[in-house]
Design a protein. Structure first.
Length: 118
């Protein structure tokens, strides 16, 4: 049985974005793991995660928990859009690349994947 917290795609995306940030921060700070997909579908679980985030004492978790609580209460929240500066890609024949020493251009990664996470 699927129940979404919101029918609006922007609000769903916002909830998912905040939930993933909460997941990482809660795991790092409090050693707790949450279920992001379940949070997206269950209002009671989402409210419990907000309570957990607000009681940890971490400023970033408090900010994320407050944002999620605002979305759950009203259904929408104003998002801040960062100023983004777009830079044209550097071509292979760029003068900046010609000025670099040769070893930097041919440098390889000293390690490789060994079939397991480290």
């Amino acid at each position: 049985m699927k129940t979404m917290l919101s029918k609006d795609k922007k609000v769903e995306k916002e909830i998912f974005d905040i939930a993933t940030q909460l997941y990482v921060r809660l795991r790092r700070i409090a050693g707790r793991v949450i279920d992001v997909v379940y949070l997206e579908h269950n209002l009671e679980y989402a409210q419990e995660v907000v309570k957990l985030a607000l009681t940890t004492g971490d400023a970033e978790l408090h900010r994320l928990g407050s944002r999620l609580d605002a979305i759950l209460s009203g259904g929408t929240v104003a998002t801040q859009v960062a100023n983004v500066k777009f830079v044209a890609p550097v071509g292979a024949s760029s003068p900046a690349l010609d000025d670099l020493p040769t070893p930097v251009l041919k440098e390889e990664v000293p390690h490789h994947y060994i079939g397991a996470l480290r």
